[in-house]
Design a protein. Sequence first.
Length: 230
Amino acid sequence: MAAPTTPLMPHATAAWLVDNSALTFDQIATFCGLHILEVQAIADDTAQTKLTGRDPVRSGELTQDELDRGAANPDHVLKLSRQPEQSRRTTGPRYTPVSKRQDKPDGILWIIKNHAEITDNQISRLIGTTKTTISAIRDKSHWNYANLAPKDPVTLGLTSQREMDALVSAAAKKAGIDISPDLGKLGEDRAALIEQLQAERTAAAHIAEHGEPVQHGGTALEQGEALFRR
């Protein structure tokens, strides 16, 4: 199996690095395998969903020494630490570290809100919780429901992206739901976001140089290209 070249969760990792490091957007984009405009969008909070940051140092994907070297030298290309392959659970309940158990209700709420096709039994096996807790969150009778915030269980470290994707796919197939259009929509949204950011930055540069906005119809990308032709 080939060694990974980017973090397991690139967008969440980029969000953490933007907020908690002195790295340049170029360094973050290269390390996470993202377009620099995606990193800029995360920094500007223009992305559709506010991401929960994932600490690459804590996850073991980046050493503190490597992070410090990158912060000291903007030309330094960060190196991803090689990770041991995650062991796969076969039978028995999932073990969750004590430090993460308080995050389970937030992860359950996220699944309930975003994937109604996933059953309580499946949630219980995925996260390692009881059906009683899931039912209480569903009917809003959970003792701490008012303070819960839906958060992706993968970001919280309660499960792997591979297991989450497999469960969503299996549950959707059983429920007769076609999820492929949604995946395409995500790609379209990302492309539109990059196009919009590029046009906005080009327009800002034009206004700073000429003192007037450009008058041009068409798409955001066409407007940005028109500025370069002026």
